[in-house]
Design a protein around this ligand. Sequence first.
Ligand code: ADP
Length: 286
Amino acid sequence: MTEIVRKITHRGILHAAAAATLEMQAVSVAYAAGSNSKTTNRGTQYALEAVSFQAYAGERIAIVGPNGAGKSTLLKLIVGTLKPSSGEVTVYGHGPVGHICIAYVPQRSQIDWSFPVTVQDVVMMGRVGQIGLLRWPRRHDWELVKQSLARVNASHLANKQIGELSGGQQQRVFIARALAQEAELLLLDEPLTGLDMPSQDAIFTVLDGLRSDNVTVLVATHDLNLAADRFDKVMMLNRKIVAFGTATAVLTSENLLACYGGHVHRISDDGALLLADDCCYHGEER
Ligand code: ADP
């Protein structure tokens, strides 16, 4: 079958013209035996099971679910650092490995903030895929770094050490790195955790700006209120997809009960306000 492709000159991987930005087809993940494999006398248990969905250019999707639901696992599959046990992940019609259009910001706890590197160097790291490892950045690359920092309102931080920044500033710098990378798919794992309201707002202002560039954004979050208010779609996950669609369609009492058990309560009928409390809940017993 002849594949129709659109050549993206500055990308290593060809993007299939008609393909969804992101697609998962019947994806399951069982972690290796001995780690935390969930292989019990009840048979293999999966971190993710039969997950299928599509995401399109410019969509902003919240991934919600209790601790251990598989949110981080899902993001790692997309970025290609983890392979599915079965099923298929495609980005613009091709497997995720090798795409330089995917930017991933892991949870804050996964990053070594004491690493001695300046903010502008962190943002320049986003250019490595375009420049190549053994080449020096050119004027165009530095210009992009400058523009990216300006877009997240962090120009004044360019020469600071990354470890000196507040949590909100650090998240904005990592988004600037994705901008410098010219990412088309941005994956953020719990970027809002621990941030105050102004810092959260600042991040959403930046994400709003990405819509005009058609960047697809997936955000793993525990905050159901933000998921309801600030995203086009919500994926409710608990090992399997419980529901996927608009916040109104997904954040129903039935779905919340199915996903979180009795640990999330709806405290207004219009769906505007939800109270999440999953501090003691770690998903279904496996
Ligand atoms: P979430 O991000 O929703 O909290 P995770 O994706 O981190 O969930 O984890 C999903 C499940 O996979 C959990 O049961 C977790 O213990 C397990 N898991 C995550 N990472 C590993 C790993 N490296 N090895 C083994 N099991 C893991």
